[in-house]
Design a protein around this ligand. Structure first.
Ligand code: ATP
Ligand code: MG
Length: 147
């Protein structure tokens, strides 16, 4: 159950998003998914942690599941965003954005590289949209189960 998995990750990270006063907006229909639960959880942990880390207090994180031909999960935030030049590099190993370096935020820059690897192994794909100062939206597409 993909929806339960995501809710579980949100509970694990609750102190962090509550502590920052972030709002969480969910659209999580029931979806069964056949994939390694541990690995897939790492994807949600990394994406949601990034949204928490790069969103100022009182921002919002939207998480939605779409169960169509493929299953897609979108994690979208109203955070600091990523500039066009940085966008191409965020999936590189050890890459950390300028803004995160300046703010000396924690992290190794491995999170999205790991996400990319796991999604690839699961036969899926990733897309990212972001605008500096506006927010970021990352969509994970996974091969459809039921359809
Ligand atoms: P780690 O995940 O290893 O703790 P990290 O979060 O810095 O470190 P990644 O998750 O790989 O590394 O992300 C790479 C870079 O992409 C980040 O340093 C940041 O600049 C940018 N980034 C990732 N997610 C977001 C987001 N939701 N909003 C703004 N910038 C982001
Ligand atoms: Mg990260």
């Amino acid at each position: 159950r993909l929806d339960e998995q995501i809710r579980h990750v949100l509970l694990m990270l609750e102190q962090q998003w509550r502590g920052k006063g972030l709002e969480i907006d969910l659209d999580l229909p029931e979806v069964v998914i056949f994939a390694d639960q541990q690995l897939l959880s790492q994807v949600w942990i990394n994406l949601i942690s990034n949204s928490i880390k790069f969103t100022g207090s009182e921002g919002t994180i939207f998480i939605s599941i779409r169960d169509e031909k493929d299953i897609t999960v979108t994690v979208k935030d109203t955070g600091i965003g990523i500039s066009e030049t940085e966008l191409q590099r965020v999936f590189d190993r050890f890459y950390k954005g300028d803004s995160s370096r300046n703010r000396s935020s924690t992290g190794t820059g491995l999170g999205l590289a790991i996400v990319k690897k796991i999604v690839q192994v699961a036969g899926g794909s990733l897309s990212i949209e972001s605008e500096k100062g506006e927010g970021t939206s990352i969509t994970v597409r996974l091969p459809g189960g039921s359809a």
